[in-house]
Design a protein around this ligand. Structure first.
Ligand SMILES: Cc1cc2nc3c(=O)[nH]c(=O)nc-3n(C[C@H](O)[C@H](O)[C@H](O)COP(=O)(O)O)c2cc1C
Length: 375
């Protein structure tokens, strides 16, 4: 499948502009997702063997997730399980619907197996996305794996009103999803990454936790205590270790459930390939192979600083089981892919999970949890 995708399907897909083929694929997956029969057929080709992980009180059938940005509007939700994913992070959703940046805004650097994007949180807005999620449930097509939502800030909302903007989205989406990721690390919304600053992030998390805390003095029945949904934060690979450490200071006080490391990078590696240089000259965030090492470095740092006590979702340049193993061994309990799916095709989950099972077997380890942070 991998050979066939890389040599027969991918070259045809890549003759088309990146965003238009993405949209067409999503429309196809939307239709496939509505049919149990089609999803079952997809699953028999692409489904991954079981490799369960328990985290945040949730059960993940395997540790490979769909990274944020692929299914911003929850268009293809049931299809991700059919493609073997163990969880999906939808979004980014923002409180206000917005078109994102002008097109073109996604560029492939094929020789480096990388992408530069400056989408700018194009999405239908939290309320419409919440309705769509309810529709999937009504249709009986809700997946068995955990589903999370990436939350972004609306472009029109000023930075000093960011907490309210995130909280509005969280309020309407909270009932539908298993976990949330506060995205303050996209390079494509002006000044967004300033929200990674400790005091700004503190304000955002305070507002989110308030949404899911009973008002002071309200009676909480012992039989039905409020179950807080896990809220994670997604960080940029361009932060210094000192800045990451400041974020970690909020983990206890603001009940941050985990960290997603990392988003795309604004840095560019040197390249002497003219087509790559042209893509790297585009404004936006770089993902794929060139991001792999830095994102692993960030994960290793976070794992060491927290003594392995804070769950980390590792993302950035994962294409193979070896790449996923590297992230897990550095400290990630779960991993996600975006660019790897584009370059390796829909068999990626099955291949990575099978490869991880082999890694565990050769080291005589009983499961993913025992491999986290080992190397
Ligand atoms: C086209 C595109 C859109 C993205 N949109 C989002 C987004 O909305 N929110 C987010 O947190 N990350 C977004 N990302 C970042 C990915 O979730 C991921 O963190 C990053 O691409 C690194 O992983 P990868 O190398 O596997 O692609 C986007 C990435 C791409 C390529």
């Amino acid at each position: 499948m991998s050979w066939f995708y890389r040599n027969a399907i991918r070259p045809i897909l890549f003759t088309q502009e990146a965003e238009s083929i993405h949209n067409r694929t999503m429309a196809l997956l939307n239709r496939a997702g509505r049919s149990e029969l089609l999803c079952d057929a997809m699953h028999s080709f692409l489904g991954a063997p079981p490799l369960p992980v328990e985290l945040f009180g949730l059960r993940f059938p395997n540790p490979i997730g769909l990274a944020a940005g692929m299914d911003k509007n929850a268009v293809a939700l049931p299809a991700w399980a059919a493609m073997g994913f163990g969880f999906a992070e939808l979004g980014a959703a923002t409180w206000h619907a917005q078109p994102g940046n002008p097109e073109p805004r996604v560029f492939r650097a094929i020789p480096e197996e990388a992408i530069v994007n400056r989408m700018g949180f194009n999405n239908l807005g939290a309320e419409v996305i919440a309705e769509r999620l309810a529709d999937w449930k009504k249709l009986g097509r809700w997946p068995k794996h955990p589903v999370g939502m990436n939350l972004g800030k609306s472009k029109i909302t000023p930075l000093d009103k960011a907490a309210e903007d995130y909280a509005n989205s969280f309020r309407v989406l909270r009932p539908h999803l298993d976990f949330f990721v506060v995205n303050v690390s996209s390079p494509n919304t002006p000044n967004l990454r300033q929200l990674q600053d400790k005091s700004a992030l503190d304000e955002i998390f305070a507002a989110l936790q308030e949404v899911q805390s009973p008002p002071p003095g309200a009676p909480v029945p012992k039989s039905r205590p409020v179950r807080k949904k896990p809220i994670l934060v997604k960080v940029a690979p361009d932060l210094t270790f000192e800045a990451l450490d400041e974020i970690l200071e909020l983990v206890g006080p603001r009940e941050i459930a985990g960290i997603v490391a990392t988003n795309t990078t604004i840095s560019r590696p040197a390249s002497n390939i003219p087509v790559v240089q042209k893509v790297y000259a585009e404004t936006g965030g770089l993902s794929g192979h060139p991001l792999r090492a830095r994102s692993t470095e960030v994960i290793r740092h976070l794992y060491r600083q927290t003594g392995g006590k804070l769950p980390i979702i590792g993302v950035g340049g994962i294409f193979t089981a070896a790449d996923a193993w590297e992230k897990i061994a550095a400290g990630a309990s779960l991993v996600q892919v975006y660019t790897g799916l584009v370059y390796e095709g829909p068999g990626i989950c099955r291949r990575i999970v099978s490869g991880l099972l082999e890694c565990l077997e050769t080291r005589a380890l009983p499961g993913i949890a025992s491999a986290v942070g080992r190397e």
